[in-house]
Each structure stands twice: as structure tokens, then as C-alpha cells.
Design a protein around this ligand. Structure first.
Ligand code: GUN
Length: 308
């Protein structure tokens, strides 16, 4: 039987609707809307798209959203000066510096920048103060993608307490915070990665399997216990016709979309998993819309905490 598809766009709309009275109340009280500054360095094509969506959603939700651009040739010091100005800005409650930064900034640039963002304005939840609070299970600003995954699971009535959860991927942005959020909700959590021995066997133990490794269609049906909930965090732009032909039969909706556009956005989960899983977040339309909804929610929360 085909898996129940969990509709991330609908859950994101619900979260945005729930926030509306809080945004109106804040705006009335503070005399201005909650504000977020989005920082984009250079012009990475994927980052342009992500930042564009974040600006649009923030504006539609009644937030102030400002784009601060720096050229790809900017130095790390230039970026740190901008972060310092935004830390002191009265109008901005949240700051998001879009990752990845240009490689020329150096391998430690992202850490330096996330360290420099004021913890109270760190709507990405990447500053080590917020990461530390998350480890201890204390309220704070939490990374948007994993907190969006929790929202879609809870609002879809997927039981987390007592479940065996397996997270594939150990990034600071998704895998590690995801594992902690599941742990705090009383799941028994395993984190897998590129050195895990017999990954399909470990993944098959999961009642909740989160795929966050960034390799299109990597998670095949042999990774999935029948009836498990599978959360697909991957978003890879695929332009390889041979891969698309292997995954989607001629005449299928996705194959035709690829033939029209020359590219497809694919998750980490193989399309055949839909026949094994009990519930599944699709790509697109699963976790992606929730990431943005949680960013807006974090911005409103940061604004309220500043004025509390
Ligand atoms: N690049 C891809 N995802 C993210 C995210 O959630 N936050 C930031 N700052 N950059 C990203």
C-alpha cells in the first residue's frame, strides 16, 4: 500500500496562520513589525532562490525583511562588520547569513560568522549558545529544518515518544539538532553517517527514519521497515538524464517535468520507498516549506523576547 504523504505546505500554512495574531500584537505594541535581515554573500544560484523564498514569505506574513548583499569578493572582516551593525540594529530582531559562504572566505568563515551573530537574533539557531541550550533541552532559538520536521511529525500524529528514530546525516544544521529534538521527545535515537557499517540494517530498525545526507534517492526500500515514517530532508538539483531515467519511468509526471525543464529537485529518498513506508514527506512540498515557516516563527519569537 502506498504511504500516506505528509503535506508540508499545508502544515506550513497552518503555522503561519497561527502566528498572524502574534505578529499583529507585536506590531501594535512595538510600533513596527518583527524584522529579519537576510545576508547573501556572492550569487550562488541555489542561495539566491532560497533567500528569495524567505524574503517573499516574510513579507507576506507581515514581517519586515531586508536583504543585505555583499559581493563574492568581500572579506570575512567585511561580513563580520555587517553582522556587527545588524546585531545593533533596532529594526532587526533576526539575522540569517545564508550558507554556503564563498570558499575564498576560508574554511572557518561560517563558524566565525555564526559565533558573531547575537544569540538573541540567531534565528537559524547556529550560534554555539543556542546549540548548547538545545543540548540541555532549554527553550531557545532552534535550527529551522529540524524543528520543522518535529512540527510535521507532531501535527500528523506520528508518535515520537518510545519510537526508534534513525537520523542519516550528522551535519550541524540538520542531523545533530534533529537527533537532539527527537531525543528530548523521548525517542530512542541513532545517528548514522558515511562510516556507519551496514547502514540499511541500522536504518531498518527505525520507526521514524530521517534522511538528511544530501544524496539523491540514496535511501532505497531496503533501508525502510514496512510501515515506518520516512522524513526526506534532501533537496538536490539533478540534471543527469540517466539518473532521472532510472528513477522515473517514461511518461511519468516527474520524468515529463524533467524533460520540460532539464532539471528536477530530488530528495534523499528513492521513489520506490513510497510502496514500503507508512508515511512519507515528499520532495518538493514536504520539509522545505516548514523550514521557512519555522524561520518566521523564530523571528517573531526573537522579537517578542527582545521586547519582553
Ligand atoms: N543554507 C541552506 N540551508 C540553510 C539554512 O537553514 N540557514 C542558512 N543560514 N543557510 C542555509
Amino acid at each position: 500500500m502506498a504511504a500516506r504523504l505528509l503535506d508540508g505546505s499545508a502544515v506550513a500554512r497552518q503555522i503561519r496562520a497561527e502566528m498572524r495574531p502574534d505578529i499583529e500584537a507585536f506590531t501594535a505594541r512595538a510600533g513596527r513589525p518583527p524584522g529579519i535581515a537576510l545576508v547573501l554573500v556572492g550569487s550562488n544560484a541555489a542561495s539566491e532562490l532560497y533567500v528569495g523564498s524567505k524574503l517573499k514569505s516574510a513579507g507576506e506574513s507581515g514581517l519586515r525583511a531586508d536583504l543585505e548583499r555583499l559581493p563574492a569578493t568581500a572579506s570575512l572582516d567585511d561580513l563580520l562588520r555587517l553582522v556587527d551593525r545588524l546585531n545593533r540594529s533596532e529594526l532587526h530582531d533576526g539575522i540569517l547569513v545564508q550558507s554556503p559562504l564563498p570558499p575564498a572566505m576560508g574554511s572557518h568563515a561560517e563558524r566565525r560568522v555564526f559565533d558573531a551573530i547575537a544569540p538573541g537574533k540567531d534565528v537559524d539557531g547556529f550560534n554555539p549558545i543556542n546549540v548548547g541550550r538545545l543540548v540541555q533541552g532549554r527553550a531557545g532559538l532552534v535550527a529551522c529544518t529540524p524543528s520543522g520536521v518535529i512540527e510535521i511529525l507532531e501535527r500528523s500524529n506520528i508518535a515520537i515518544a518510545g519510537a526508534r528514530a534513525v537520523v542519516i546525516g550528522r551535519s550541524d544544521i540538520v542531523g545533530k539538532p534533529m537527533a537532539l529534538l527527537l531525543l528530548h521527545r523521548h525517542a530512542t535515537v541513532t545517528i548514522c553517517h558515511s562510516r556507519t557499517t551496514d547502514l540499511p540494517r541500522v536504518a531498518r530498525e527505525a520507526d521514524i527514519l530521517v534522511a538528511a545526507l544530501g544524496r539523491p534517492a540514496f535511501v532505497t526500500p531496503d533501508f525502510v521497515k514496512p510501515g515506518a515514517t520516512v522524513v526526506d530532508v534532501g533537496t538536490s538539483r539533478v540534471e543527469d538524464p540517466a539518473l532521472v531515467a532510472r528513477l522515473f519511468p517514461a511518461g511519468s509526471r516527474r520524468r515529463e517535468a524533467f524533460e520540460r525543464r532539464g532539471a528536477l529537485v530530488l530528495g534523499d529518498v528513492h521513489p520506490d520507498v513510497e510502496q514500503v513506508a507508512g508515511a512519507l514527506t515528499p520532495v518538493p512540498g514536504g520539509v522545505g516549506p516548514l523550514t521557512i515557516a519555522m524561520l518566521l516563527k523564530n523571528t517573531v519569537r526573537a522579537a517578542e523576547d527582545r521586547f519582553a
